[in-house]
Design a protein around this ligand. Structure first.
Ligand code: GLA
Ligand code: CA
Length: 779
């Protein structure tokens, strides 16, 4: 009897305070609920990314998550940090994910593991290793590529070797394992998902409950036997709407929001993303009231150190280094208003006997570092590595380079004088030099690909220095080789001559390479490295102010702190105190543009929200007006009110390249606004057209200051982002128009419109007109 009581006591302790399981247990799907050891269990998970947190701080962030009221930690596995060279696996130190899971268990929490192979996560190539791109015809996330599948299986096997022992059935804390990630927003190949599910099991995750995550709008695209379905959506959503069609299809399934987006990620050059505490907590409460399990993406975003930031496309737009995410736990591991709001909410939903954990003390002090100068420099052109010869231009992967910069050099004949230089395709940002003099800067975000050549007398030396920002991590553009991917031509508009016989210089991102330069006292013009030292009497976290620098990367004591770019929104880089030293510290900055001042300072607060407005990214030139007089719409219609995709079929098919969509009013005529989350065109065969080549030519109005609601948000593949006409200040009146270059002549027989999906309804379109032409509109 005594023994029985004791073990009952032990079990209670284990469940609520002590270790999350040490004896084998079960986690299964019951009727409309999850069952942990046979008892109903509501998952309150905190997503954390171990590479985005210095290892020394892992436990602190886990404890903060627990103090917020969470009982579970959800993690991705990032294939590309663990296998940086094919077949060389690294699960040590900062990559020791098993240690991370053990820390979660030590702190009495369960764990959900999402091993990929693809994870998205605003991470270079969505977690896939760049070296896959060395295979010329590589396809990913499909059974059509046996190499991709083979490498996937090999990685999953290694991942399971690390983590399978911690499945709950083995006495560990892993309750669920995810198969792939949001596959329905990429493809519909059921057989691929089945094979990936089988690979996850065969690798060793053979006991844990499997699940997959998708969206309420697309989870129906495929089914997966034996795998639970969960949905992802963001702050402020209408919970009943989100689960409506899911419950129709799976009336007996437990409900879970596997990614409840607490904020959103930042793009370089675009406003800092925030989501209000009220809207975020509101929908979270709705879930708790309905006993819906959730995982907070992110509970704590952290920092995308090094070269790991990804990008979205279309249009190409790279991720900032900070992954603060406007999450409840700030980038530095600090508590925020959102943190306390979550804690206050969740304390009302604890199980009997369960109590909120105490908030752990900060692990690091915050220090300021007085401004100092980086006194030494090394010009890039004086420090070229050994050159390689290449007849045709090639992307950096072909030279075995994963990330960084690449310089292409060749000779321009005098005949190129005053012609145009055309680059196909530039990934992602370049400066062009003739005989060492800079003649142009190109930015993939704007689709730049042409430079006007000056007068050239005799043979000239052409240098194109390309900086790679993140690899696309989402959607069909994920095959994203870096450098120059196809060709460089000189043209007078009629004749195109491809340039050949290149000398190629590779600039990788590792510290050894940066520190090897011949540093000299003094300043330089143009791209190069700067080096400085600073003394600390005590260490602590700090935010490095890099606001006077152009574009590049920072290394502190050999650690790669990530990218910076003067266009913002972040102007500081988070430097964890554990990577600093008492006494002398070293900083190296590579600037491929030009610093305005070569000083830095450590601040006590981050600057995450300062962009320099860039008129060239706006969808309307000053004074530009669309003139639709004399144009005939191909369709005039009226959308019903309410959320969700709305499909419209035209009476016949139409052909053209330039689409104009015009919102004549909104559902609430008084709001004067237009909001539009996604626009798709239906082709002659009834399927939606790819949108990779789409480009906004014009939008009469867009909100790019108060929020990140530019016109290109109508085809950025994200249902939560939307184009919004200017909403702050004096609102321009209807009609609101967007003109899109579809990139080629297409045939369409209908369209699909997705209104904004948050709880707000302002700007939802009512009456509209559609135009499609093969030639441009009048402006
Ligand atoms: C999706 C993905 C995540 C992340 C979020 C946006 O839900 O599954 O990996 O990219 O979007 O932050
Ligand atoms: Ca969108």
């Amino acid at each position: 009897m005594k023994r029985l009581l004791l073990s009952a006591l032990l079990l209670t302790l284990m469940l609520f305070n002590g270790f999350a399981q040490t004896t084998p247990g079960t986690f299964t799907l019951g009727k409309k609920e999850f069952l942990l050891n046979g008892k109903p269990f509501i998952i309150r998970a905190a997503e954390l990314h171990y590479p985005r947190i210095p290892k020394e701080y892992w436990e602190h962030r886990i404890q903060l998550s627990k103090a917020m009221g969470m009982n579970t930690v959800c993690i991705y596995l990032f294939w590309n940090i663990h296998e940086q060279q094919p077949g060389v696996y690294d699960f040590k130190g900062q990559n020791d994910v098993a240690e991370f899971v053990r820390l979660v268990q030590k702190n009495g929490m369960y764990c959900i593991v999402r091993p990929g192979p693809y994870v998205c996560a605003e991470w270079d190539m969505g977690g896939l290793p760049w070296w896959l791109l060395k295979k010329k015809d590589i396809q990913v996330r499909t059974l059509k590529d046996s190499y991709f599948m083979e490498r996937t299986k090999m990685f999953l096997t290694q991942a399971a070797k690390q983590l399978a022992p911690y499945q709950i059935q083995n006495g560990g804390n892993i309750i669920m394992v995810q198969v792939e990630n949001e596959y329905a927003s990429f493809g519909g190949e059921q057989a691929y998902m089945e094979a990936t599910r089988d690979a996850v099991r065969a690798a060793g995750f053979d006991k844990a409950q499997l699940f997959r995550c998708d969206w309420s709008s697309n989870f129906n695209k495929y089914t997966l036997d034996g795998v639970a379905t969960t949905l992802n959506f963001g702050a402020g959503q209408n919970i009943d709407n989100q689960f409506k069609s899911f419950q129709e299809k799976y009336p007996d399934a437990p409900l879970m929001c596997s990614e409840y987006w607490s904020g959103w990620f930042d793009h370089w050059g675009r406003p800092h993303e925030t989501r209000s505490v009220a809207s975020f907590i509101g929908s979270m409460k709705d879930m708790m009231d309905r006993k819906i399990s959730f995982s907070l993406y992110m509970a704590h975003g952290g920092t995308t150190f090094g070269q790991w930031g990804g990008a979205n496309a279309p249009p190409y737009s790279a991720m900032a280094t900070s992954y603060d995410y406007n999450a409840p736990i700030g980038e530095q591991g600090n508590t925020t208003d959102k943190f306390f709001a979550v804690r206050d909410l969740l304390k009302n939903y604890l199980l009997p006997g369960e109590k909120l954990a105490d908030i752990p003390k900060p692990v690091a002090e915050i220090i300021a570092i007085p401004k100092f100068e980086l006194k030494q420099s090394a010009a890039l052109f004086d420090n070229l590595p050994a050159a390689r010869k290449s007849e045709k231009i090639q992307p950096m992967e072909d030279f075995d380079q994963g990330w960084g910069r690449i310089l292409y050099r060749t000779t321009l004949p005098a005949s190129a004088s005053k012609k145009k230089l055309i680059i196909t395709e530039l990934h992602d940002w370049a400066t062009v030099f003739i005989n060492g003099k800079q003649i142009g800067k190109l930015d993939r975000r704007r689709g730049d690909n042409t430079v006007q050549l000056p007068e050239i007398i005799g043979d000239a030396r052409l240098d194109i220095l390309v900086e790679a920002t993140g690899r696309v991590n989402y959607g069909r553009a994920i095959i994203d080789r870096k450098g120059i991917t196809q060709k460089v031509e000189v043209s007078d508009g009629a004749v195109f001559t491809e340039l050949k016989n290149w000398l190629v210089y590779n600039f990788p991102v590792d510290y050894k390479f940066q520190s090897a330069g011949k540093f000299k006292p003094g300043k330089i013009t143009g791209p190069g490295w700067y080096k400085g030292n600073f003394n600390l009497s005590k260490t602590g976290d700090t935010f490095l102010d890099v606001s006077t620098w152009g574009k590049g990367m920072v290394w502190v004591n050999g650690y790669n702190m990530g990218r910076f770019w003067k266009i913002g929104p972040q102007q500081t880089l988070y430097i964890p105190g554990v990577w600093l030293k008492k006494g002398n510290n070293e900083i190296i900055i590579l600037d491929v543009d030009q610093p305005a001042a070569t000083t830095v300072a450590g601040l006590k607060e981050p600057i995450l929200d300062q962009i320099s407005p860039d008129a060239s990214l706006l969808s309307r030139k000053p004074g530009q007006n669309l003139n639709l007089s004399g144009e005939n719409p191909i369709h005039i219609g009226s959308f019903p009110a309410g959320e969700g995709w709305k499909e419209v079929n035209f009476e016949k098919t139409f052909k053209g390249r330039y689409l104009c969509f015009e919102a004549l009013n909104s559902q609430d005529a008084k709001d004067g606004l237009t909001t539009l989350a996604e626009l798709e065109l239906i082709g002659a065969d009834g399927t939606t057209l790819p949108r990779l080549k789409w480009n906004v030519l014009y939008a009469d109005s867009e909100e790019t200051t108060a929020s990140n609601s530019s016109a290109d948000k109508v085809f950025d593949l994200q249902e939560t982002t939307f184009w919004q006409s200017q909403s702050v200040g004096k609102r321009p009146s209807h009609p609101h128009q967007i003109v899109i270059d579809l990139g080629e002549v297409v045939t369409i027989k209908g369209l699909k419109y997705l209104p904004r999906a948050d709880k707000k309804t302002a700007g939802m379109i009512k009456d509209y007109r559609v135009f499609l032409k093969t030639d441009l509109y009048k402006f």
